[in-house]
Design a protein. Structure first.
Length: 762
């Protein structure tokens, strides 16, 4: 929301009042309270006929400072994001000149009885600052709506990231962003996953704790500040200090919810029926058998919308005309070693038998007059399950439980964005504006927890499209409806990297693009997107009206799919270990270059390549010529596909190279240990048995890594030590036939472990 007319003037419809000084402050336990009137107070007469903002400063997590700005003390009907309070030690000081609160290294100071200022510092360095006229309560005298605003200073060359899944420029500077979930595809400024959290290249982040629409003007309305505002009489936000990007995400997820580690089988290849295609039991088994006949490992088969009868979504019942024996079909799929996923959404069409049942019980969102809130968008007479009603949640979960009892393993939780806000009444009295984005968390939590209850704590996974802050605890999310062209493939990655810098750990996308139309995926696009998709945390073939099985394209597409499925499965000891470690610390598996190499300003704008865990660089190819343009931070990088070594100078370098259709840059950074199993047939196996240990360009000294079990616990360790031309390896917790490969330049030396140890002379 923009309130000014240039730098000096306000827009005519707005009355803007800002704190002019901090008049007084006091400590209340671990809370600092301050009172900031809208003009300077020189005499008692100045205390009349003016407003003021009450500031409440807290610290729920070390190195995190919360700021609440309140104009009027109005009721908040919720919902509110869950904020975790670890009760850290704080140092509060109030004297005649300044009031301050310090948590860890982060400190906020408010000078008293002088021009208003609120400065955040860490170790003597300014992190960010709210200066005079930055904070404001703003009254629109035309619409009679009040807003609260904050502006936080930006440094020279500071860059801003995050704010959820965003498909426009990766760096958010210069953009205006509204956090409002919408079903709008992947080619516009609207998005399915809005997270009111941003990260700065200067070592801090800001989480705006408001589930309703928040408007962010990032170096746009005021080019030297990040501005955020929302309707109402209060505004809550948290400044989160790192100083590294990884530490910022760690503390953000401490604050809003831990990243949940999905089960290992979910990292394998998912194949779907696609959306509007014709499919039956015969078609489904033909596809699954076709993958096995071509020796392409498959871990999950997904039934999209038409597993149910048309016009009845969601009735949560199999279409018996096409699937007369669903239990038998699920057993046949399971017997082939494949899990089963089915599509659902939180809407109930009027034709569905569930509609009357839900209506009669009061389980659907209502209008103010008590009628069910309905429209014809998506399905005729759609109603919305009211997840603010605990009984509605239990009812919905009971329907899912019946499917899980039948043998279904997980659900694709589609939609959740088109939640009405006009003429709406939720069961618990929630504010519709606050409920709109928050609805997706309630919906996905209900589904996720049902799977946990029925399948076990560590077996739950969903395939969700919409998200808000806190949704990282209910993975996995995919990027939504993209197009079958290279531009959309690039946009998809950009959106995913932005999303993964917003506190999420795992992400996927529709390989080949979802919307076919005039852009049905060409064979070359399908192959390039397959490489990108199988080098993502989660991998799913899906489309609209074209089956996505590789033999529908060409023979090389089959070879390409087989190659990259096998590559990903072989890397699971490395990938699942890094996934577990990342989730525990609040970091993603797929990482923007900025997250891993934040000290290198050359990577700040890069969103066409990424790190897959901390040690593997992936640069997808976005054209039909095989031309790759990628950046290498300083050091040696070795191709995991052909062993080629790139020696980048300390300052880094850009590389231009051409790759055939079966190859792309997949490079391991120097001083890395990668544990693999090239005989893997599924994503789930014992990562400590019969593995190969690859050592890449080991430096003088020692490096180590661990390997996790299928619950993400460290159970094995690999240590490598180099002294001169000798590399020694020591392992614990590994078993079976273990081979060591030492990659030194283009030379590869092979050794076999003896009693968990090996020595290699180079």
């Amino acid at each position: 929301m923009k309130f000014t007319n240039g730098y000096w003037l306000n827009r005519e419809e707005y009355d803007i009042n800002s704190p002019q000084e901090t008049f007084d402050a006091h400590q209340d336990g671990k809370v600092l309270k301050a009172f900031a009137p809208y003009k300077r107070i020189h005499s008692r007469g100045d205390e009349l006929n003016i407003g003021a903002t009450t500031l409440t400063l807290t610290s729920p997590v070390e190195n995190v400072i919360g700021v609440k700005l309140e104009h009027f003390d109005s009721n908040d009907h919720g919902p509110k994001f869950k904020i975790n309070n670890t009760d850290p030690d704080v140092d509060i000081n109030v004297d005649d000149k300044v009031a301050s609160l310090q948590s860890g290294d982060l400190k906020v100071e408010l000078p008293l009885r002088t021009a208003f200022d609120m400065k955040f510092t860490a170790n003597g360095k300014v992190v960010t600052e709210s200066e005079t006229k930055a904070q404001a309560t703003i009254w629109n005298h035309d619409t009679k709506v009040n807003y609260m605003r904050e502006q936080l200073n930006m440094d020279i060359d500071e860059k801003i990231y995050g704010l959820g899944e965003r498909f426009a420029n990766f760096v958010k500077n210069g953009q205006t962003i509204y956090t409002w979930n919408q079903d709008a595809g992947t080619g516009s400024e609207q998005t399915y996953k809005n997270i009111p959290f941003y990260m700065s290249s200067n070592g801090y982040g800001v989480f705006v704790d408001e589930p309703q629409r928040v408007s962010f003007e990032v170096a746009s309305e005021n080019v030297d500040r990040v501005q955020f505002s929302t309707e109402g009489q209060s505004l809550q936000y948290y400044v989160i200090y790192g100083p590294t990007p990884k530490e910022v995400l760690h503390r953000y997820t401490e604050l809003t919810g831990a990243i949940k580690l999905p089960p290992e089988w979910s990292f394998g290849l998912w194949l779907t029926t696609s959306f509007t295609t014709d499919y039956s039991e015969e078609t489904v088994l033909k596809f699954i058998d076709g993958m096995q006949e071509r020796h392409i490992p498959l871990d999950v088969f997904h039934f999209d919308c038409f597993w149910q009868k048309g016009f009845e979504w969601c009735n949560l019942a199999w279409d018996k005309d096409e699937f007369p024996d669903p239990e038998g079909l699920i057993k046949k799929i399971h017997d082939r070693g494949v899990k089963v996923c089915v599509w659902l959404n939180p809407y109930v069409a009027q034709k569905s038998p569930l509609f009357k049942e839900a209506k009669d019980q009061g389980y659907l969102v209502k209008r103010q007059n008590g009628d069910v809130w309905q429209w014809d968008l998506w399905q005729a007479g759609n109603g919305f399950v009211d997840f603010t009603n605990p009984d509605a949640v239990k009812w919905y979960q009971s329907k899912l439980k019946a499917l899980l009892d039948m043998g279904v393993d997980c659900f694709k939780t589609d939609f959740g964005e088109r939640i009405p806000v006009d003429d709406v009444k939720f069961f618990d009295g929630s504010n519709p504006q606050q409920e709109h984005n928050y609805y997706t968390l309630q919906y996905n939590r209900a589904v996720f927890e049902t799977i946990q209850q029925e399948k076990g704590e560590d077996e739950a996974v969903v395939f969700a499209r919409s998200a808000t802050a806190g949704s990282q605890s209910y993975p996995v999310h995919w990027g939504g409806d993209n197009l079958s062209n290279y531009r959309s493939m690039r946009d998809t990655l950009r959106g995913g990297l932005s999303f993964l810098l917003s506190g999420f750990g795992f992400w996927s996308h529709d390989i080949g693009g979802f919307e076919d139309g005039p852009d049905t995926p060409t064979a070359d696009l399908y192959k390039r997107w397959t490489q990108f998709g199988l080098l993502s945390s989660h991998s799913r073939y899906h489309g609209s009206d074209v089956y996505r099985v590789p033999w529908n394209f060409d023979d090389e597409a089959v070879e390409n799919t087989r190659k990259y499925v096998n590559l990903k499965l072989s890397l699971m000891p490395y990938l699942y270990t890094e996934a577990a470690h990342g989730a525990a610390y609040g970091n993603p598996l797929m990482r923007a270059m900025f997250l891993e190499f934040g000290q290198d300003p050359n990577v700040y704008d890069i969103a066409t390549q990424y790190m897959f865990g901390p040690n593997i660089l992936v640069a997808p190819i976005f054209n039909d010529k095989g031309d790759a343009h990628f950046y290498l931070p300083g050091g040696k990088w070795t191709s995991i596909l052909d062993g080629k070594v790139y020696d980048a100078p300390e300052t880094g370098e850009w590389v231009n190279e051409n790759f055939d259709e079966l190859d792309l840059p997949v490079l391991v950074r120097e001083n890395s240990i990668i544990v693999r199993n090239e005989k893997a047939e599924h994503a789930q196996y014992d990562y400590t048995k019969d593995v190969d240990i690859h050592l890449y360009q080991i430096d003088e000294g020692q490096v180590e890594t661990s390997v996790v079990d299928n619950r993400g616990k460290d159970v094995a360790k690999v240590q490598a030590k180099r002294k001169g031309n000798e590399v020694s390896v020591k392992t614990t917790g590994l078993s079976g036939d273990i081979t060591v490969y030492v990659h030194d330049g283009t030379n590869v030396v092979k050794a076999t472990l003896d009693n968990g140890q090996a020595k290699v002379s180079l």
